[in-house]
Design a protein around this ligand. Sequence first.
Ligand code: WQD
Length: 336
Amino acid sequence: MKVLLTGGAGYIGSHTCVELLNQGYEVVIADDFSNSKPEVINRIKEITGKDVDVYPIDVADKNAMKKLFSEQSIGSVIHFAGYKAVGESCQKPLMYYRNNIDATLTLLEVMEEFGVNKFVFSSSATVYGENNPIPYVETMPITGCTNPYGWTKLMIEQILKDACAANKELSVVLLRYFNPIGAHPSGRIGEDPSGIPNNLLPYVAKVAVGKLPKLGVFGNDYPTVDGTGVRDYIHVVDLAKGHAAALAYAENHTGAEAINLGSGKGHSVLEIVNTFSRVNNVPVPYEIKPRREGDLPEFYANAEKAKELLDWTAELTLEDMCRDLWNWQSNNPDGY
Ligand code: WQD
């Protein structure tokens, strides 16, 4: 039986694909390449020496998905496909709700038709909203988000919980990512956002490699260690291993389980900038700018449940994340 990765050519999907292939899984990718490049597939084969069946399709296209499931013996699914830019979701909420929720409903309907009951979902710490205390724990109430992107994650979590209540065979793991950064140590796959990066580390890397003049630090007057925003950064390879562990867990359980994938530690923007610059011996010029709308001062994970249920902890350090990110960016200054 094979594992289907929707959005498997994306940043986290491609790193998870490499990890699963290295662990002996057979993988199928469904990706419309709207936010990824076909070159990623060549790099995955280069790193692992293994082939992956790729379907260049929209997950919301039911006929295309039924064709995939009829041609491939799919045993489980990891669902990455979805739009994920917070700011863009505020400008284009209907596009986000249509794409993210429609694709998930179509996928779940096709899975049901083909009797596939193992599902790992790419959720986000953003579902904790702005009223929960830190560190975030999975049992906390998730009552609302600050942007449509986050709302799609929260709504899909609810859809999956209801689907599990109706189908006792269904096994769902809701992986709540904190801030994934870094790249595979080979430097052959990494984060390749189109246009100007929204997120901190891709922006830092573009400044360091000379593609952008300087970093804007969004606020230094937060109630944090040095006034800049604090987040829980996790190496994308650790995150990929977390997905493999979640898949194994889903094989032996039923019902819906939300699990944080974070390091349990917070780092500020300036700590990140200084670590990246020191580890890679490269300047990262920056200027302090006003706070970004919707940003929270600080959040990070309570990571105990992942250790308890998945026997998984984030092992790679902030230095590893910065070093691997620079290895990717300096060898691929224009991405793929
Ligand atoms: C991190 C810190 C910024 C850019 C978001 C989504 C989350 C996930 C990851 C999709 C904050 C500061 C940033 C910059 C800056 N997205 N910053 N200058 O906002 O924690 O999380 O991205 O899966 O769901 O919510 O990540 O990297 O944008 O910001 O100072 O140019 O860096 O203020 O403190 P965030 P981020």
